[in-house]
Design a binder for this molecule. Structure first.
Ligand code: NAD
Length: 275
């Protein structure tokens, strides 16, 4: 991909799944990486987050591509901690060209504590994305070289699925909210050649989906046809995407080949939203 050699990408949720795939793919294209991940569980979730060992594996994979990486344990909900982690990466590499605001969560399963479940999803998926962009944007603007910001939304950010539980509703609301955030920033930053886009993946094989809680959701959907994932199906005959499929699209989107693309909401969804 043209224009990626020597650039620096700041990626959240980089310990596994799509975040790791972005780190490895962009390293292969010649980028150095500032990676953060919470590496800890959030009590209202029903599946585990990534671990420190997962983040160490991302470090090893990036280094295997002969690129450098600064990887820190940080929670996107905590602006001060996130900014400190980003600043360490900035001090090491001296620049930031790409931001991939990817960290995100959902609770799979029945509602138990509606206020906490709503808040954790909103704080991570919406406020956390704002924190991520806000931490990196001043350095990107001051450098005057332009840049590319990619926000990981979901098909849920385009097409809502029936839901009545706090976490599922917060997921839909946060992922749709990201589109507004991206569009406002895209309009404002365009004159500085800073591009802002959202991506909207359908089901991807990652820690969020390949776990016991999701297996239970599939069983429940098959038995009763009545839960958040019942009725979710792609138009193309492919059940789930791989993290690398999303990373391939993002490598294009942050490259100079996509230099005219800003303010879009790009479905990476095997036709999910037109079905
Ligand atoms: N997997 C899917 O089917 C799917 C579909 C559409 C969109 N998405 C979105 O893609 C993004 C990446 O998810 P994934 O599929 O790779 O799942 P994943 O659970 O494997 O990866 C998410 C990563 O974010 C980290 N994380 C969670 N909370 C954090 C926090 N507060 N601070 C920092 N890091 C945190 C986790 O430890 C994990 O490493 C998410 O925003 C998710 O909502 C996923």
């Amino acid at each position: 991909m043209p224009g990626l050699e020597g650039r620096v990408a700041f990626i959240t949720g980089a310990a596994r799944g799509q975040g790791r795939a972005h780190a490895v793919r962009l390293a292969r294209e010649g980028c150095d990486i500032i990676a953060v991940d919470i590496c800890a569980d959030i009590p209202t979730m029903t599946y585990p987050n990534a671990s420190e060992a997962d983040l160490a594996e991302t470090v090893a994979l990036v280094e295997k591509e002969d690129r450098r990486i600064v990887a820190r344990k940080a929670d996107v909900r905590d602006y001060a901690g996130l900014k400190a982690a980003f600043d360490e990466g900035l001090a090491e590499f001296g620049r930031v060209d790409i931001v991939i605001a990817n960290a995100g969560i959902i609770r799979l399963g029945d509602e138990e504590d509606l206020l906490a479940e709503w808040q954790d999803v909103i704080d991570t998926n919406l406020t956390g994305v704002y924190h991520t962009i806000r931490a990196a944007l001043p350095a990107m603007r001051e450098a005057g070289r332009g840049g590319s910001i990619v926000i990981t939304s979901s098909t849920a950010g385009i097409k809502s699925s029936p839901a009545d539980q706090a976490s599922g509703l917060a997921y839909m609301a946060s992922k749709r909210g990201l589109v507004g955030l991206a569009q406002s920033l895209a309009g404002h930053l365009a004159k500085e050649w800073i591009r802002v886009n959202t991506i909207h993946p359908t089901g991807v094989m990652s820690g969020m989906t390949m776990n016991e809680a999701m297996a239970k959701q599939f069983e429940q959907a098959a038995a009763s046809g009545d839960n958040m994932i019942a009725g979710m199906q792609n138009a193309l005959p492919i059940e789930m995407l791989q993290p690398e499929d999303i990373a391939n699209a993002v490598a294009f989107l942050v490259s100079d080949e996509a230099k005219f693309i800003t303010g879009i909401a790009w479905p990476l969804d095997a036709g999910f939203t037109v079905r």
